[in-house]
Design a protein around this ligand. Structure first.
Ligand SMILES: Cc1cc2nc3c(=O)[nH]c(=O)nc-3n(C[C@H](O)[C@H](O)[C@H](O)COP(=O)(O)OP(=O)(O)OC[C@H]3O[C@@H](n4cnc5c(N)ncnc54)[C@H](O)[C@@H]3O)c2cc1C
Length: 417
């Protein structure tokens, strides 16, 4: 009889794991607390697949920049000041992770994972998982000379790692995407990056999983574990228990709290972000882009155009800060002058909580001391990009194989004292 796998979390990580586990013959159930969950971080994000983002979030210079941004209420970064030991510890770990050796080891891991995921997305497309994948690349648009010189230095590192990247002047940038009027100092073009429609991806994955015999259980909030001597027998939910042979914890930013009763330590902060989607934009680019200084992602999604941004750390709630939204709106015309803040009147903002680990790397693997649990979470700003390969790695672990990518840096126990 096939081994039963219960996957907690119906986001991109849980669904990618489900698909890969079914492919290896497991009997898979995905459980989520939401009803036919669309209210997770995987639904309204910017949908970019980003080998360009090989550098982990924790890197030299980020803290100084972050402190400067803290003084500006419309800036793309904010940490809610609070007396929280967990947040302070998270900050200390972030600081420790900015040492150059750790950053370059993390970059090698992320590069490998992004490129493997990109390949998987292309395979998924061939297997009928339709998410409107576009492989046209990504432009890092710089409005300042300083921004361009920093991005050019990063492009150099990318090339050293084997990720193609070209630095473009304003004319070359414009000719790459004539559909959109741009006011830039220059850009870096990453041809391996892609974009997709995240909501379509989630729906398409769900229907593929169902068609292959995977089951979904909605509206069940996991509240605890039935665990004895390192073996989990069932999860307890708000209405009943669910048994399985193997369990996968892929509950996004909520994984930290859920794993505590098992004695795990997977520090995580919520990185709140927003997106705003214009259904009928004044111009529609073909290539996705990032407005570098403003940290805003711009993604064409069918005939609509999505703008996503902001990283508000330390708030596990979905309240909206209008000042941060205003910061996004104000920044757009600085790069794309045909857009005005008034175009966004009446557009409902979407909010998502990124699961952010202190060192900018995900947690993937079996924790010490629990025989039948695999953790897969902490993908921060890159869950879509790293989803398919994460699912594959989870399935390899469930299958008792050694993983196709070395996951030592992503160890679930790396912050356990
Ligand atoms: C504005 C914005 C833009 C982004 N753009 C990109 C991008 O372009 N590219 C990219 O790669 N990433 C992007 N991201 C990041 C990406 O969205 C996340 O990394 C990813 O969605 C995380 O997926 P997940 O499956 O780990 O978590 P989630 O999608 O949050 O799913 C977790 C699921 O677990 C369920 N759950 C939690 N607790 C319980 C419980 N107790 N019981 C039952 N179920 C539970 C939740 O209901 C939820 O459905 C962006 C994020 C934001 C906010």
């Amino acid at each position: 009889m096939a081994k039963r796998v219960l996957i907690i979390g119906n986001g991109i990580i849980g669904l990618s794991s489900a698909l890969a586990a079914i492919g290896r013959g497991f009997d898979v159930t995905v459980l989520d607390r939401n009803a036919d969950s669309i209210e997770n971080c995987s639904f309204g994000n910017s949908g970019m697949i980003v080998p360009s983002h090989f550098a982990p979030l924790a890197q030299p210079g980020v803290i100084a920049q972050g402190l400067r941004w803290m003084r500006d209420p419309e800036s793309p970064f904010y940490i809610k000041p609070q007396l929280s030991w967990e947040l302070m510890q998270w900050g200390m770990r972030f600081y420790m992770a900015t040492n150059p050796d750790q950053v370059s080891a993390g970059s090698r891991l992320l590069k490998q994972m992004h490129l493997a995921s990109r390949d998987k997305y292309c395979q998924w497309q061939d297997q009928g998982i339709d998410c409107s994948l576009s492989t046209r690349g990504l432009l890092m648009l710089c409005s300042s000379e300083h921004g361009l010189s920093e991005e050019a230095a990063l492009a150099e590192k990318a090339r050293e790692l084997g990720i193609p990247a070209s630095v473009l002047d304003p004319q070359e940038t414009a000719s790459l995407d004539p559909n959109i009027t741009m006011k830039v100092h220059g850009s870096v073009y990453y041809p391996k990056d892609c974009h997709l429609n995240p909501a379509q991806l989630i729906r398409s994955l769900r229907s593929k999983i169902s068609s292959l015999g995977g089951k979904f259980v909605y509206s069940k909030h996991v509240t605890g574990w039935d665990e004895h001597r390192g073996t989990i027998h069932a999860v307890q939910t708000t209405s009943g228990q669910y048994q399985a042979d193997e369990f996968v914890l892929s509950s996004g930013v909520w994984s930290d709290g859920l794993s505590k009763p098992l004695g795990l330590k997977i520090p995580m902060q919520a990185g709140k972000g927003y997106s705003l989607t214009l259904p009928d934009p004044v111009e529609l680019p073909k290539v996705c882009s990032i407005l570098v200084e403003a940290k805003v992602a711009v993604t064409p999604i069918g005939s609509a155009l999505r703008f996503g941004g902001t990283m508000q750390l330390g708030e596990l709630n979905e309240s909206i800060d209008p000042r941060r939204l205003n910061g996004i709106l104000k920044s757009i015309p600085r790069y794309m002058p045909k857009f005005k803040a008034s175009h966004f009147e009446g557009i409902e903002p979407w909010v998502g909580l990124r699961p952010v680990s202190p060192d900018g790397l995900p947690y993937i693997g079996r924790p010490r001391g629990i025989r039948n649990l695999v953790v897969a979470t902490g993908h921060a700003m890159m869950g879509v990009s790293l989803g398919p390969i994460t699912g594959e790695l989870v399935a390899e672990i469930l299958d008792g194989q050694s993983t196709s990518i070395d996951l030592q840096l992503a160890s679930v126990d790396r912050f356990k004292d």
